[in-house]
Structures are given as structure tokens and as C-alpha cells.
Design a protein around this ligand. Structure first.
Ligand SMILES: Nc1ncnc2c1ncn2[C@@H]1O[C@H](COP(=O)(O)OP(=O)(O)O)[C@@H](O)[C@H]1O
Ligand SMILES: [Mg+2]
Length: 248
């Protein structure tokens, strides 16, 4: 569904993406891992159409995303949903209005239909009775669930999670991962999840892609673990000091 081919991007004089190639199939979640500063968010921004590469291309169902502008790019973006680390909710709006915001801005649905979508969205993320609450009145996990619901009300086909579990305690973080997995299955979502929850992230991903030195090292996930002979990937996943890479 998404084919990233030989993507290159230099930022502030540094080759952040040197030669990134990655394929994401429909209905698949890819765990994007790698050290802080390795370029994971930069890569997501390219796929989102927020950053343009120096070279290479990103094909979405055969359409070159990097060449898309204006209405064409807008149509592509409508297929996307985003969930960021902070949740990025509007603090001055209730949960209801946070969820209603993209529906009011980007669709022509009436208030009754909007209400129905919001109720459904909150059900998908297993949140009830929070419509009139403000983000400051919610726990960290509930903020993340609300952020996911806000993405889901727009019926995305492809969803991007940038460190959605960072800052949550391990139990809540893993319940979020299970929720992502349930949503993937129920809604047939395709997605990329940036997460440091290793190895838990492998239980809800079909593929792992490690961004290392501007390139992707990929492997398949099976029953919560990864199949790879790559020593760099193994070392990172096992978190060991000994190996081909010297971590400082
Ligand atoms: N807009 C930008 N301008 C210049 N440098 C950037 C920009 N965005 C990210 N970078 C740099 O690119 C590198 C990768 O950043 P990022 O993708 O945020 O890493 P991470 O893997 O932690 O998400 C970092 O060195 C960062 O400083
Ligand atoms: Mg990042």
C-alpha cells in the first residue's frame, strides 16, 4: 500500500535519511524503532506530505505522494490519521468538541451525525462518559485514547502513531498497544507505530523497521518476536552493549 523507495533527506547538513526503502502492506502495522534522533519523526513527516525528500519517492497505491500538491495532496491526507505523543488535544475544548473539531472543519456532516460518530469513536477506544470533560481532567491514558478516537472519527485507512506510549506507565502503555491492535483488526487499518516499547510492540506489529544510520533494517514479527539475523537489529532489540554498534 505504501512503498517508500530510496528516500534521501539532508537536514542541517546531516544526512538524516540516506537511503530509506520500506514497504507497508494493507492491514499491516509496522513498528518503527531506532535511537532518538535517528529520523523516525522525519520519516513520518515525509509520508504525511509535510516534508519533501531530496531524492527518492513515496508511492501510495501507485500514486507518487511527493509529487502531489493542492487538492490531490489533500485527498491523500484525508486517508490518514495521526496520533502523537502529546495527544495534541485542545485544552480549552471538551472531549466532545475536540472530536467534533475535524468533523466540523473537514466534512459537511450535520450535528446529529457528528454526535453519532463521536459516540462510535469513543466506543472504539473503550471510553465512556467523558464527552463533557476537559483534557486536564483526564488521565494520561484517557488523553491518548481521546487522541486515537479523534483520529478514528475521520475514518482513516492509514494511521501514524508517533511515540503514542511514551510517558505512560507500562501497564497503560501495553493496554494502548492492545487497543491499537483491536482497532487494526476491527477497522482493517494500516499503520506505522513509532515506539520504544520493545519487545511489547512486536506483539501488535506484523513487521519491524529499524532506522539506523539513515537506512531501514526490516524484519517480520511473529508471535511477539522478530525473525532476523541482522546483528545491528538484534543488538538494539536486546538492548545489549556488546555488538556491532557502540552506544554512548
Ligand atoms: N525541521 C528540521 N530542521 C532541521 N533538522 C531537523 C528538523 N527536524 C528534525 N531534524 C533533525 O533530524 C534528526 C532526526 O530527528 P527526528 O526525526 O525528530 O528523530 P527521532 O528518531 O527521535 O524521531 C535530528 O538530528 C533532528 O535534529
Ligand atoms: Mg520522534
Amino acid at each position: 500500500m505504501i512503498r517508500i523507495e530510496n528516500l534521501q533527506k539532508k537536514l542541517a547538513g546531516r544526512d538524516v535519511l540516506r537511503n530509506v526503502t520500506l514497504h507497508v502492506e494493507k492491514g499491516q502495522f509496522v513498528a518503527l524503532i531506532g535511537r532518538s534522533g535517528s529520523g523516525k519523526s522525519v520519516l513520518l513527516k515525509h509520508i504525511a506530505g509535510l516534508m519533501a525528500p531530496d531524492a527518492g519517492r513515496i508511492m501510495l497505491d501507485g500514486q507518487n505522494l511527493c509529487a502531489a500538491r493542492g487538492k490531490k495532496l489533500e485527498t491523500i491526507r484525508r486517508r490518514y490519521g495521526f496520533v502523537f505523543q502529546s495527544g495534541a488535544l485542545f485544552d480549552s475544548m471538551t472531549v466532545y468538541d475536540n472530536l467534533a473539531f475535524p468533523l466540523r472543519e473537514k466534512t459537511s456532516l450535520g450535528e446529529q451525525e457528528i454526535r453519532k460518530k463521536i459516540t462510535q469513536g469513543l466506543e472504539q477506544v473503550e471510553l465512556g462518559g467523558v464527552e463533557s470533560k476537559y483534557p486536564s481532567q483526564l488521565s494520561g491514558g484517557m488523553v491518548k485514547r481521546t487522541a486515537l478516537a479523534r483520529a478514528l472519527v475521520m475514518d482513516p485507512e492509514i494511521i501514524f502513531f508517533d511515540e503514542p506510549t511514551t510517558g505512560l506507565d507500562p501497564i497503560i502503555a501495553d493496554s494502548m498497544l492492545r487497543l491499537f491492535d483491536a482497532c487494526r483488526k476491527r477497522l482493517n487499518l494500516t499503520g506505522i507505530i513509532v515506539s520504544h516499547r520493545i519487545p511489547q510492540i512486536f506483539s501488535v506489529s506484523q513487521k519491524v523497521a529499524m532506522l539506523h544510520d539513515g537506512e531501514i533494517i526490516a524484519a517480520l514479527c511473529e508471535n511477539g518476536s522478530i525473525k532476523t539475523d541482522n546483528q545491528i537489529l538484534r543488538q538494539f532489540v536486546e538492548g545489549t552493549v556488546e555488538g556491532p554498534v557502540v552506544y554512548q
